[in-house]
Design a protein around this ligand. Structure first.
Ligand SMILES: O=C(O)CCC(=O)C(=O)O
Length: 305
């Protein structure tokens, strides 16, 4: 379908070599994934959800909620600004996930926005693999049915900023899947810190040992958007049920999406049996501004999808 206004990005395609690195080593970090204007707009929108580092460090006691758990700074999708929401459906990210997972049939199964402030809590984690909270079963050793997990950096991540520490696949492949958590420090000599400037994209697999680490300096903050994909039909994988999230936020997000972007969340496709005169009319009321033309049974043509 024709591009809609406001959906265009400065395109920085993820290289095949980066995807091959994910296949071989289990992870890849690409600098400059976000164009400068995309990054700036997303950074500005962070303050709709979180205190600026300046505000936080002026009075940490005012923001005691971030001391409650390592995950207290996690906000689930969708967000208050299109400039954040659009990162989850970024065409180059979707393109990378399609190429990595080998299918256009994608399920975007998790989006989180995560703020961390040094000193709020100790962000150190034991080594673990994400399948523990992204799947009901375990990864296959032949690497079928993979999940591609990502971090888009919205702030610089230096060695002082609690970078994710990843054990390359070749160093961790011998470690059994169970137990899930490995003693801290056990593989410190092979961990690779995922340092990179704001705008970087970190991709890694859910069978890769890694851990969050703590800040090494005061008055530092780390902000990132986490976006995870699997092939549609991986019924044992996932992390979120999209309808549970704020109806008001969906109401502003869904009309701005393309048909393809909606499809990533499992929205019924044009031509699906769900669509009839009633559902087209009522969905239009639920999502003011949405173009329902592609979903109208009589008007659907295969090119809409
Ligand atoms: O925040 C990070 O660097 C990694 C976090 C993580 O691995 C987790 O919470 O499962």
């Amino acid at each position: 379908m024709a591009p809609q206004p406001g959906l265009q990005f400065g395109s920085v395609r993820v290289l095949d070599t980066a995807l091959e690195e994910v296949r071989q080593r289990g992870f890849s970090l690409m600098e400059g994934f976000l164009a400068p204007d995309e990054l700036k707009a997303a950074q500005d929108a962070l303050w709709l959800h979180f205190p600026t580092p300046e505000d936080y460090f002026n009075d940490p006691g005012r923001y005691a909620q971030y001391a409650g758990s390592q995950f207290a700074g996690v906000e689930e999708f969708p967000y208050l600004s299109w400039d954040l929401n659009r990162l989850a459906v970024h065409p180059d990210l979707v393109d990378a996930a399609e190429r990595y997972l080998g299918s256009p049939e994608l399920h975007l199964y998790k989006v989180e926005l995560w703020a961390k402030y040094s000193g709020a809590i100790n962000y150190d984690q034991p080594l673990h693999r994400d399948y523990g909270s992204h799947s009901l079963v375990v990864p296959r050793l032949d690497h079928r049915y993979q999940q591609m997990t990502t971090f888009i950096y919205l702030s610089d991540v230096t060695l002082d900023d609690g970078p994710t520490r990843i054990v390359p696949y070749e160093d961790g492949a011998h470690v059994p899947f169970t137990p899930l958590y490995i003693e801290r420090g056990a593989m410190a000599d092979v961990e690779v810190p995922m340092v990179g400037p704001a705008g970087s994209l970190l991709m890694y697999r859910s069978d890769i040992l890694h851990r969050g680490s703590n800040f090494k300096a005061e008055e530092r903050a780390r902000f990132s958007v986490l976006v995870d994909f699997q092939a549609r039909g991986t019924t044992w994988g996932g992390k979120m049920a999209w309808p549970k999230q704020s109806p008001e936020r969906w109401a502003t997000f869904i009309p701005r999406c393309t048909v393809r972007q909606r499809d990533l969340f499992g929205f019924p496709r044009p031509g699906h049996d769900y669509w009839n005169e009633q559902t087209v009319a009522d969905v239009a009321l639920r999502y003011p501004g949405i173009d329902m033309a592609p979903y109208r049974p009589a008007e659907h043509s295969p090119s809409d999808s």
